[in-house]
Every structure is written in C-alpha cells, then in structure tokens.
Ligand binder design. Structure first.
Ligand code: SF4
Ligand code: SF4
Length: 384
C-alpha cells in the first residue's frame, strides 16, 4: 500500500509504512450479502482494531446507514439490509439498545426503509426507527465554515453513533464514503442551503463535511463495499462487485485508505482538504485484513470530470470543463422533484419540459441524485 501525502502543498507518492504499526482500518473480504458473514467480518475487525469494547452493555446506539432515496437493495444506492442486520447481531450481543435513522434527500424515511429492505430488519432485530425531524443548532466558532450548524438532534441524543455508509462514486465529490454519509444528519432544506453556500467550490463543501464530522464523531464506521457503485453515482451509476467491508474508527483515515484501495490516482476533494488542513497524520498506517493486500482489486470509475476543481469566478473554465446536468426527456416523468430540490433555483418546468438555466447552475448534481427515474445525466454542455 502506498498512501498519498501532502508535501509542500503538492501531492506526492510516498513509500509504505514501517511494519508493526497498528492498522488504521480493517479491510475484510465479503463476497455475499449474508448477515452472519458480515457479523464475522465485523467481529474480526473490531478485535484487530482494539474496538471490541467500544460499545458496552446498555449503550444506546444510533445506526446511520445511507438512505439517500428509496431504492431496492440490488441497485446499490443504499446500505444493504444484510449489512445492517449483521451489525445489529454483533451489537445486540454486546448488550446495546439499537436505533436507526437518516434524513433522506428525497422521500420519507418510512418509504426508504421499506424499499431498501432495512425496514424488515428493524422489526426482526428489535431496532427502533428514529426520525431526524427535530433539529439542534450547534454554535461552534472553531468550525472551518459552519459556525452555526443545524443538525438532526438525533446526532447528540445517543451514547454512540455507528456509521454505515455505502461505497459509491459521487458526481460532486468523486466518492461518497464515511465522512460524506454524515451529511444525512443535515435535515430538510439545510442540505440545499449548504450546497448553495458552497456553489462550485468543492473545497468549501468539503470543509462543511469536515465540520459535520467533527460534531457527529461516530464510534466507528463500517463501509458497505460488498457491491459498490461506479459511474454516475450516487444514485444513477452501475452496481459493481467489490467484495469489501471496510471498518475504521477514524472516518478520515478510513476514507483515505478506501479511495486508494479502489484505485483512485489521487485523493478525493474531501481527503485532499483533510490533508491540507493537517487533519490526517503525515504517516497514515496502512489497513490490515485479508482484503487490504488483495492483488486484484476493483478500480472504481467515477463519471468523467467528477470532483472538478474549485474554480469560483472562472466562468470560461467552468463552461468548458465542468460537467453539467442534462435532462433525458424521454425518461422524464415531469414529477418536479428536481425543480423542487435544485438549491440554485436553476430548473423550471416550462412548456411541459424541464429546462435548466446553466448560468445559475452550481453543478451540485442534486437533480441527478434525487431524480427517481434516472432522467438526469451529466456531461459537458457547449455554450452552457
Ligand atoms: S428529470 Fe427526473 S426529477 Fe426532474 S422532473 Fe424529470 S423525472 Fe422528475
Ligand atoms: S440544475 Fe442540478 S446541478 Fe445545477 S444547481 Fe440545480 S440541482 Fe444542482
């Protein structure tokens, strides 16, 4: 494993680390969605990382899967129900009381639970669903960006948060893993508000994610990469078998190592920002576990141009090199979801067709992420 490092402001390769260091993460091989296998991998990882006692008898633990929208498990959009079940098996054995919640980007929590198959697991495993409707405002002058940060009150109402992200490519941030999954603690219209504040600036958006991570600070994170997503993620890409379950207590280090594992040639905008802010140590220990040194690892392909650099003010560059959303009218049901959720108000339904004012578009790809019919693609738009 050869992680990246930031040296004198530029990213360089550096050699692998000395032996004998405790691994920063545990990468296990898991080929099938079977809860007992997930539980076995998780127990191995918790032991290897010294996290076996992180959850104690009587702890109230909030599980935070990826429930961005209502999709069936085989679409690889949401955390798989067998992963949730496997985690619940282990935590129940620890004597924890389990709760689960999220704030979907589109659709109700009930609908997302039902469609994703996680709803059935809740009943079977005695997990209580939690609405993220109630909000708590955090005032933190030391935050990077979000000095006033409204979050779901659930983020602070439990003894521990266990983060269960899905491994997927992401149009705006290249990839969504543990840190990005915590954006689900931002409720309702505040999601659009942060997108609008960041505009085209990926670095600023990354800093907002880092502020959220600082507040939620999960006990540990288990990334569901058994089947991930590549291409036009996080909701319209192709499912891709990766056979990976990745565990780590430090979400930043875990994400960084997973990006490397899936073949990214440089850190994502989020990891790059964490490096530049010295939130990642100069020497990140490598991951341990049977998948860590697997010779044939999948190389995830994000959509071309994903995570384009932040260039506020460079309109010509953006016109030429930043991907724009495009409506596939033959697939469009004119449901209006994209118009309702576009943070920049750049979309409208006119003459029975959705149209986009590209001069207002901030390339957040929320329209692509939330379209229930896969009718929004991204690409380069001449004259946009
Ligand atoms: S593009 Fe998608 S979200 Fe927008 S109106 Fe058409 S079907 Fe609905
Ligand atoms: S048109 Fe789509 S990509 Fe552009 S700002 Fe609106 S939601 Fe974001």
């Amino acid at each position: 494993m050869m992680p990246w490092s930031s040296v004198a402001g530029s990213l360089q390769w550096r050699p692998s680390l000395s032996e004998g260091l405790k691994p920063a993460a545990w990468f296990d091989c898991c080929r099938q969605y079977r809860a007992v296998e997930v539980a076995a991998c998780l127990e191995r990882g918790l032991t290897a990382l010294g996290l076996s006692d992180s959850i104690k008898t009587g702890d109230r633990v909030l599980l935070k899967p990826n429930l961005v929208t209502a999709r069936a498990p085989e679409k690889a959009v949401t955390t798989h129900p067998e992963v949730v079940k496997g985690v619940a098996m282990v935590l129940r054995d620890c004597g924890a009381r389990l709760f689960l919640g999220d704030s979907p980007g589109f659709g109700s929590l009930e609908r997302c639970l039902e469609k994703s198959g996680i709803g059935a697991v809740l009943g079977e495993m005695g997990i209580t669903p939690v609405s993220f409707d109630r909000e708590e405002v955090v005032h933190e002058p030391d935050h990077l960006v979000a000095k006033r940060l409204p979050l779901a009150a659930a983020a602070f109402a439990y003894d521990k948060v266990v983060n269960l992200p899905k491994l997927k490519t992401h149009g705006m941030m290249e990839i969504t893993l543990a840190v990005k999954n915590l954006f689900g603690f931002v409720t309702g219209l505040h999601k659009a508000g942060w997108h609008l504040r960041a505009g085209h600036d990926r670095r600023l958006f990354a800093r907002i994610m880092l502020d959220i991570h600082h507040q939620v600070n999960p006990a540990w994170n288990l990334i569901d990469g058994i089947v991930g997503m590549e291409g036009e993620g996080p909701t319209s890409g192709r499912p891709r078998e990766c056979g990976l379950l990745a565990l780590g207590a430090d979400a930043l280090q875990l994400d960084y190592l997973v990006e490397k594992w899936v073949g990214f040639s440089s850190p994502s905008p989020l990891s790059r920002e964490a490096l530049d802010l010295d939130l990642l140590p100069t020497e990140i220990p490598p991951a341990g576990g049977p998948a860590a040194t697997k010779p044939l690892r999948p190389r995830l392909q994000p959509a071309p141009g994903s995570g384009s650099p932040a260039l506020p003010g460079h309109r010509l560059w953006r016109k030429l090199f930043v991907r724009r959303p495009k409506i596939i009218h033959s697939r469009c049901h004119r449901c209006g979801v994209c118009v309702e959720h576009c943070p920049a108000g750049a979309m409208s339904l006119a003459k029975e067709k959705i149209s986009i004012r590209y001069r207002d578009c901030i390339s957040c790809y929320c329209c692509q992420e939330l379209c229930p019919y896969g009718a929004v693609k991204t690409g380069y738009v001449l004259g946009g």
